[in-house]
Design a protein around this ligand. Sequence first.
Ligand code: PSU
Ligand code: MN
Length: 300
Amino acid sequence: MRLKIHPEVADALDSGRPVVALESTIISHGLPRPDNLRVAREIEHSVREGGAVPATIAVVGGVPRIGLDDEALRTIAMDDAVVKVSVRDLGTLVAKEGHGATTVAATSHLAALAGITVFATGGLGGVHRGARETWDESADLTTLSTTPVTVVCAGVKSILDVAATLERLETLNIPVLGYRTDRFPGFYLADSGFALDWRVESPEEIAAVLHARTTLQCGAGVLVVNPVQQADELDRALHDSVLESGLAAADAAGVHGKDVTPFLLDHFHTATHGRSLEVNVALVRSNAALAAAIATALLA
Ligand code: PSU
Ligand code: MN
């Protein structure tokens, strides 16, 4: 088995230029077609504008790819055969030569394997509501506890149990750094209602934290949380009503396991008539730009 690194990404890594990893589940299962392909390209563009090389990660025809050409990006966005893959699915999918869109967990794993340490996405997976009965907790959390990658995100969606997710991040030794905020962001909303212990003001300050962690062999990944601009956030009343109807619909449809997150995301996009998509795109692009700045600061 080989890992296929896009020549531009390989060149940047070899010559010590900044690279930012991007996940692909957000493209295949997190955003509606046909906007997803356009948005995937826009996210890559934001990384470039920030002065770094984008490396969107996915499995195409059984080959783990670090950086996708246009054909591969189109396959991930449009092909019905693309499955959502976490770390545990990678080996099976490679052996079966299938197409897979990587979650934050699987993307972090492959990024680290390729020597990429900064990664941008929208929202991290976490502890689901009702996890006390279902045990549904994303492998994003456990994977980050052992994978030294910095993930820039807008917190977690309120479809999850935010308080439980924050507790698990603490247990798993994953620090959460608020970028110019003291509040844990709630994805569509700038503030989830929970406070953070640590606030950072610049990419340089984040780089200093990361260098110190390397020296101290802290091992785990780091979450940098970047809230959506207050002007861009989803209307709170709309958010709350759509969340309530989405949770009820998922329950009524008997959706469970890895289908829960895509189901609820789709509900948000439909029920807000595309408004949640605009918020989603704005925050991912902002995260991509910040990740590029962090990757640059790390090399300074
Ligand atoms: N949260 C979002 N958008 C997403 C996801 C999470 O706001 O697209 C995707 C990410 O790829 C994340 C995955 O890694 O869902 C988590 O899925 P699960 O809960 O099944 O681990
Ligand atoms: Mn799950």
